[in-house]
Unconditional design. Structure first.
Length: 115
């Protein structure tokens, strides 16, 4: 059974850091392009970062460049999103996505940046 499970979200003060994890089962993450999206209330889902099958960085949204880092651990079959210098505008539900022909989504994890 294919599954993506995000974790690591929570409440953090502005300037703080969080690391999101996306644990995959039922397929191998290195065989897919893996992406992180986010969706804030009242806004469309936005692509935040992506990593290709060969480990190259696909994209960072302009709003997170220099602050967020996507990475992949093939041994753990897990993708990460390290988020530093968080801002209130980073508040959103963050979703993990896998795509290569087929496409899979996780259930999302809430990130709230607030003092």
């Amino acid at each position: 059974q294919v599954q993506l499970v995000e974790s690591g979200g929570g409440l953090v003060q502005p300037g703080g850091s969080l690391r999101l994890s996306c644990a995959a089962s039922g397929f191998i993450v290195s065989s897919y392009t893996m992406r992180w999206f986010r969706q804030a209330p009242g806004k469309e889902r936005e692509l935040v970062a992506g990593i290709t099958r060969d480990g190259a960085i696909l994209k960072y949204a302009d709003s997170v460049k220099g602050r967020f880092t996507i990475s992949r651990d093939n041994a753990r079959n897990t993708v990460y999103l390290q988020m530093n210098s968080l801002k209130p505008e980073d508040t959103a539900v963050y979703y993990c996505n896998a795509i290569w022909g087929m496409q899979y989504w996780g259930q999302g994890t809430q990130v709230t940046v607030s003092s």
